[in-house]
Design a protein around this ligand. Structure first.
Ligand SMILES: [Mg+2]
Length: 272
């Protein structure tokens, strides 16, 4: 039987989560730069996937550069906003949606050829909730009106919080969805990690088989669960949300566990 560490030898692409894995807020995590440098030097493909739908890939390219983690292109970045765009286009070639999300998310969907309306009373195909850091009571009211009309309801990502430095966090998409559920009784269809639309998106974007992909992340219920469901190699880092205690208690077990990407890099250097 192959050990999980031996499975690393088959890997062609690494997909990194960002918040809690490569940085916390504006602070890079130990070993992040060196790990990416090493993988580039060894000609691995690598991508960044975030469930954060409040920013678009261009903003992540800028953040990676600003934090001196390297110069990347939009094609290296995947967000739950990209998954939402791909999912909506699969449902209908010209979908019309209402988005309770940031201006950036709306622009991202529009660019993908999706019609985004801003008022209540239009005929729409989907109501979409994102990690809305520009949430207003008006947007919340329009969203719940559409949901109560029975419009199919999607949410970009099932994260409760978005971690920041110093143990602080932001209220994220699922916490917003919980508030709406409390009022309406309706639960959205989630699209980001660990949901099937994300797995489909990753496989089509990379063109690789699941066993050729390693997912690196700090969350059991998003990063590790995605890899487990898809048959990818799951690598947990304890630099963000997850602790060893969480792993012991959970049914979702990562294939490999490291304190942070620096410790993972030390192991990769022994193998490659
Ligand atoms: Mg994370």
């Amino acid at each position: 039987m192959q050990t999980n560490r031996e499975k690393l030898k088959k890997i062609k692409a690494f997909i990194f989560d960002m918040d809690g894995t490569l940085w916390l807020g504006n602070q890079t995590i130990n070993g992040a730069k060196e790990t990416l440098g090493f993988l580039a030097e060894k000609s691995f493909a690598f991508f960044f996937f975030t469930n954060n739908s409040s920013k678009n890939p261009t903003e992540y390219v800028k953040k990676l550069k600003r934090l001196k983690l390297g110069r990347y292109q939009k094609k290296h970045i995947m967000t739950s906003g990209d998954v939402a765009a791909a999912y909506l286009k699969k449902q209908s070639p010209n979908p019309t949606v209402y988005v309770c999300g940031t201006k950036t998310l709306k622009a991202q969907l529009k660019k993908a050829g999706i019609t985004v309306v801003n008022q209540y009373g239009r005929t729409i195909d989907f109501a979409v909730l994102g990690f809305d850091r520009e949430l207003t009571y008006k947007k919340l009211t329009i969203l719940t009106d559409y949901i109560m009309d029975g419009v199919p309801y999607l949410a970009t990502n099932p994260d409760d919080v978005c971690p920041l430095e110093g143990g602080r966090f932001l209220v994220d998409c699922r916490s917003m969805a919980k508030m709406i559920e409390n009022a309406t009784g309706k639960v959205p269809v989630y699209l980001g990690k660990p949901e099937q639309p994300t797995i489909d998106y990753i496989l089509s974007k990379t063109g690789l088989k699941p066993e050729e992909i390693a997912m690196v992340g700090d969350r059991l219920y998003t990063d590790i669960k995605t890899a487990q469901k898809a048959g990818m190699l799951s690598i947990a880092v304890l630099s963000g949300e997850m602790t060893r205690g969480d792993i012991e208690k959970s049914d979702v077990k990562p294939d490999l566990v490291y304190a942070d990407v620096a410790e993972m890099l030390a192991d990769l250097k022994e193998i490659f």
